[in-house]
Design a protein around this ligand. Structure first.
Ligand code: COA
Ligand code: AMP
Length: 633
């Protein structure tokens, strides 16, 4: 039995040997002889000499191995009252047919395909169909509005867009098709064609010669074979918030993803072929890519695809119902989901109706896991609740508690220890290491391990300037925190303008761009204020142009609508208020950090260079009126 320490040391002693060994879990067309190679500009790539296919590894090989009758996907959709199971054999047939239809319509290796889909099996089938033929998918989360979709269309220049007619949120239908049509008309780039999945809850009108019915397009298509691709071929592009309005297209390398995700399933999540694994997230996020679709399927697990919410579909017992009904062994969600369940059912009464005996672990990620939530979940479920830390950029844990190797003692507030592949350091502003227990910028010594992004789509310069330049030789995570004397990592805050809203990553800068676009707004600041359910929520403080005499409440409501229309409901932008002035330094820098302190009821950090401290009182009153700035909040 290996310990974590032995495991980490074995990686440190021979990083390439470690990953070549992990690569043995993958079926290769041409196996890698070399693990790591250097690119012309000094970057790194894994398994560049290999040829492989992701879909083969996630689907076909399990059928070949005689496990075609095993359930690959359990689709559990309380919002449509559906439970359906898809076996690996059926998945293979459906994926190959869709891949064949895409090929017939001209999609080949390297072409981009945007997916704008709710949590339905066709979303996973489409991802796998792209992987089968070497097309590069880019899934756009359904909570984004047309303009965000249009930005992604222009950046990824997809040949095709695959979308559903609608999504279903509790109490409302999300009209995907009008949002898609709006995005295509806004974008400069136009796709050759769209496939539209007609859902019975709302059928969409199809545009002549551009839109085709999802299933009609597959009639008579020849099932496609798996197309081998280079180890470094992009498996997908996933856009994530950067510090400007232009999102960053994180590019995932194929072979690295296969090797690292398969390693993580066994060593972090402790699941083995045939076990049921459930990540309650969305295909639009990296968690959905790594742990609803690829990770579990590559590892031969049954994955649960859940179209619902932790509460309200129909109640706060849904998680427990799904876990017990489908015999989930490892469950993964965001702390915010547990906060929602805890708020609705603080005593865990609904849990008593369900048998959770198969469940071994609960994993949390996506935002800081507050010790209260961890404790509550541990107490109610009686299972280890494991926080782990990672990002869209990495696609798998930077720090975790490796349950499949050794479950280390949990320290509340810490996502535990660095995973093999990650040499985590904490540096001060000058780039020097800080003492254990001291706060600093969290960085990872290069090279990053397999599956981490290797570039930003269309913006390699931005990849270098945003992540690799500040601390030469290290990847800058954008998170600040510390490592204690036992080697436990603590993630405390972001070093940029990113906020984390219900486990979703948003840039306050990009919300500011939208707010500033309102004709009556002279200047504005959007800050992330603490929220007991969502962790953080964005709050807008705006100054109006001279001479504007309209009702400020009306303008605030317009701003809320504007952000919803331009970014989407996912921004959760519900608070905007008009103020006379914003606090600034004498050089004109808006004091956003100080306003965050005030919003959170803390003693504000006031720089000596503040222009006029009286403004802070005005800000406090304005935030108080919105329900923030409560002392001791
Ligand atoms: N398509 C369209 N709209 C969506 C959407 C989707 N896929 N997902 C969310 N939205 C909408 C919601 O309906 C809501 O709209 P509203 O303003 O009309 O109410 C808005 O976006 C904000 O959604 P959310 O932040 O999720 O808040 P909520 O109040 O609907 O739900 C939680 C709160 C905590 C229950 C919910 O955020 C949740 O389940 N979180 C889990 C987080 C998670 O899985 N994160 C992924 C990273 S691991
Ligand atoms: P995303 O790329 O959307 O997955 O968001 C990644 C960011 O979420 C990280 O950089 C952190 O800021 C935050 N995050 C994710 N997991 C954790 C965690 N376990 N603890 C603290 N912050 C986290």
């Amino acid at each position: 039995m290996t310990t974590y320490k032995e495991l980490y040391q074995s990686w440190q002693a021979d990083p390439e040997g470690f990953w070549l060994d992990a690569a043995r879990a993958i079926d290769w067309v041409v196996p890698p002889e070399k693990a790591l190679s250097q690119t012309a500009d000094g970057g790194h790539e894994w398994f560049a000499d290999a040829m492989v296919n992701t879909c083969w590894n996630a689907v076909d090989r399990h059928v070949e191995a005689g496990r075609g009758a095993q359930t690959a996907i359990i689709y559990d959709s309380p919002v449509t009252d559906t439970i359906a199971e898809i076996t690996f054999a059926e998945l293979q047939t459906r994926v190959a047919l869709l891949a064949g239809a895409l090929q017939q319509k001209g999609i080949t290796k390297g072409d981009r395909v945007i997916l704008y889909m709710p949590m339905v099996p066709e979303a996973l089938i489409a991802m796998l169909a792209c992987a089968r033929i070497g097309a590069i998918h880019s899934v756009v989360f359904g909570g984004f509005a047309s303009q965000e979709l249009a930005t992604r269309i222009d950046d990824a220049t997809p040949k095709a867009i695959l979308a559903a007619s609608c999504g279903i949120e509790p109490g409302r239908i999300v009209h995907y098709k009008p949002l898609l049509d709006g995005a295509i008309s806004m974008a400069n780039h136009k796709p050759d064609f769209c496939l539209i999945l007609q859902r019975e809850q709302e059928r969409a009108t199809l545009e002549d010669n551009r839109d085709f019915d999802w299933y009609e397009a597959q009639e008579g298509a020849t099932p496609a074979d798996c197309v081998p691709v280079e180890g470094t071929h992009p498996a997908y592009i996933l856009y994530t918030s950067g510090t400007t309005g232009q999102p960053k297209g994180v590019v995932r390398p194929t072979a690295g993803q296969l090797v690292a995700l398969s390693w993580s399933m066994r060593n972090i999540y402790d699941v083995h072929p045939g076990d049921v694994f459930w990540a309650a997230s969305d295909v639009g996020w990296v968690v959905g890519h790594s742990y609803i679709c690829y990770g579990p399927l590559i590892n031969g697990n049954t994955t649960v695809l859940f179209e619902g919410k932790p509460v309200g579909t129909p109640d706060a017992g849904t998680f427990w119902r799904v876990i017990s009904q489908h015999k989930v062994r490892s469950f993964f969600t965001a702390p915010t989901a547990f906060r929602a369940v805890k708020r609705a059912d603080p005593k865990g009464e609904l849990l008593k109706d369900y048998d959770l005996s198969v469940l071994k672990y609960v994993f949390l990620a996506g935002e800081r896991a507050d010790p209260d939530t961890i404790q509550w979940a541990e107490e109610k479920t009686g299972k280890p609740v494991i926080d782990h830390w990672w990002q869209t950029e990495t696609s798998w844990s930077i720090a975790a508690n490796p349950a499949g190797v050794e479950l280390l003692p949990v320290k509340p507030g810490s996502p535990t220890v660095p995973m093999p592949g990650y040499d985590i350091r904490v540096l001060d502003e000058a780039g020097l290491p800080v003492a254990p227990g001291t706060l600093g910028a969290i960085v990872v010594r290069l090279p990053l391990p397999p599956s981490c992004f290797t570039t930003i789509w269309n913006a390699h310069d931005r990849f270098i300037s945003s992540y690799m330049s500040q601390f030469p030789g290290y990847y800058e995570t954008g998170d600040a925190g510390m490592i204690d004397a036992d080697g436990y990592v603590y993630i405390m805050a972001r070093t940029d303008d990113i906020i984390n809203v219900a486990g979703h990553r948003l840039s306050t800068g990009s919300i500011e761009e939208v707010v500033a676009g309102h004709p009556d707004v002279a200047e504005c600041a959007v800050i992330g204020a603490a929220d007991t359910l969502k962790g953080q929520v964005p709050v807008g403080l705006v100054c109006l142009n001279a001479g504007v005499t309209r009702d400020p409440a009306e303008i605030s409501a317009e701003l809320v609508r504007l952000v919803r229309d331009k970014i989407g409901p996912v921004a959760s932008f519900r608070h905007a208020t008009v103020v006379e002035r914003l606090p600034k330094t004498r050089s004109g820098k808006i004091l956003r950090g100080t306003m965050v302190n005030i919003a959170d009821g803390q003693t504000p950090r006031i720089p000596a260079t503040i222009e006029d401290p009286v403004v802070l009182e005005e800000i406090k009153l304005a935030l108080h009126a919105l329900g923030f700035a409560q002392p001791g909040a």
